[in-house]
Design a protein around this ligand. Structure first.
Ligand SMILES: *Cc1c(COP(=O)(O)O)cnc(C)c1O
Length: 366
């Protein structure tokens, strides 16, 4: 651990919040812990690194983030088994956030220092980490433009903060395949655009398609490429895998796809299991034909929130196509079980994905 230079202001007892009951419907993104990390970028450097009680932020209405959307974020999780706390490939998230920052002309930061700040925050608020199966502490690092000025140019100042909160198992009702709407009217990203950055506007831009999908009974959409609307790209805010008999395929990272860490982990694990994995263009027609001929045996989304999300049916135009028997595929189940066991330190970490937090080292700071 680096020597941390982070000021700590602990929440006073009377302001401590009640930790929610972990066994009853935590949901996702509804609860936040007692503390947050913050720092500001002013005059060319990050300063004032600190942990404070979770609190409101105050900005002038002219603040750039409200107008021009120069903002980025990350999503990662901390897991707990008894007294042990774990992170899953956290450096990949921070590296990706720095890439998002470059794309949005925002300042980069020292990943190791922020990783220490995240570990410190997780240790301080460890009571907020559920131990129930599938639940975890969600970690949301965020960076926004803070200069109060109406002008389309990069802001001169920024706020970086990290908030954390318990989230429930994604599958409250069990690990069940979902219906997905293949979106033909709208696209998520185009080559040369900002699809590979985790930047705020991408999610606002996805909502109308999601709403359209809901009229077909689907909560997520399958995005096609922005140019020809012919190749599959992502599903909701997850990467997608299609298993064609003995080939496990995922769209190649061509610039309009968010480079998911779960995606990368699934590729490495499947390869290690002796499965033939490919990163290539996958036409929606190839998927539909494969579903009809039985060549497509599984389709699943992958991302930090759900880990693996099996897809039971595709809604394409007015047609519904059931993937195989519409149930969770063998490989989806095997990947889900393996990755969630890795995250809890239950199986040997042969890939070096899991980082145990040295609680003793951080506890010395608070
Ligand atoms: C975050 C995200 C993913 C998944 O990335 P993970 O690192 O696996 O959580 C995929 N697609 C989009 C659009 C995302 O925002």
């Amino acid at each position: 651990m680096n020597d941390i230079k982070i000021r700590i202001q602990r929440v006073v007892d009377k302001d401590k919040k009640c930790v929610p009951n972990f066994d009853s419907g935590l949901g996702f993104g509804r609860h936040f812990s007692d503390h947050m990390f913050l720092m500001e970028y002013v005059d060319g450097s990050w300063r004032n690194l600190r942990v404070e009680p979770y609190h409101n932020l105050s900005f002038y209405p002219s603040t750039m983030i409200f107008h021009y959307g120069q903002g980025i974020f990350e999503g990662m999780k901390a897991y707990r088994r008894k007294d042990d706390l774990y992170l899953f490939r956290p450096r990949k998230n921070l590296e990706r956030m720095n890439n998002s920052a470059k794309r949005m002309v925002m300042p980069t930061f020292d990943s190791e220092q922020i990783l220490d700040a995240i570990k410190l925050l997780v240790c301080m608020d460890r009571e907020w980490i559920p131990e129930t199966a599938g639940a975890a502490l969600y970690i949301r690092p965020t960076m926004v433009a803070t200069e109060p000025c109406l002008g389309v140019r990069p802001s001169s100042s920024y706020l970086f903060f990290v908030i954390v909160g318990p989230v429930g198992a994604y599958y409250a009702g069990g690990f069940n395949p979902v219906d997905i709407y293949v979106c033909q009217n709208y696209v998520r990203a185009v080559p040369g655009g900002v699809g590979e950055a985790k930047t705020m506007g991408n999610y606002a831009a996805s909502l109308l398609a999601q709403k359209e999908g809901q009229t077909y009974g689907c909560n997520q959409v399958l995005w096609l490429d922005g140019l020809k609307r012919r190749y599959i790209e992502e599903v909701g805010a997850m990467n997608i895998f299609v298993r064609f008999q003995d080939e496990l395929a995922t769209p190649a990272l061509t610039g309009s796809i968010l480079p998911g860490i779960t995606r990368d982990s699934v590729l490495q694990i499947a390869k290690d299991w002796g499965i033939r994995v490919t990163e290539r263009s996958i036409a929606i027609d190839e998927v539909i034909e494969g579903i009809e001929s039985g060549k497509v045996v599984e389709i699943f989304g992958v991302g930090t929130a759900a880990v693996i999300s099996p897809i039971g049916r595709l809604v394409f135009g007015e047609q519904r196509y059931q993937v195989a028997d519409g149930k969770t595929g063998d490989l989806s189940q095997r990947l889900f079980d393996y990755i969630t066991s890795l995250q809890l330190g239950l199986v040997p970490d042969k890939f070096g994905f899991v980082e145990k937090i040295d609680y003793g080292a951080f506890a010395a700071y608070f």
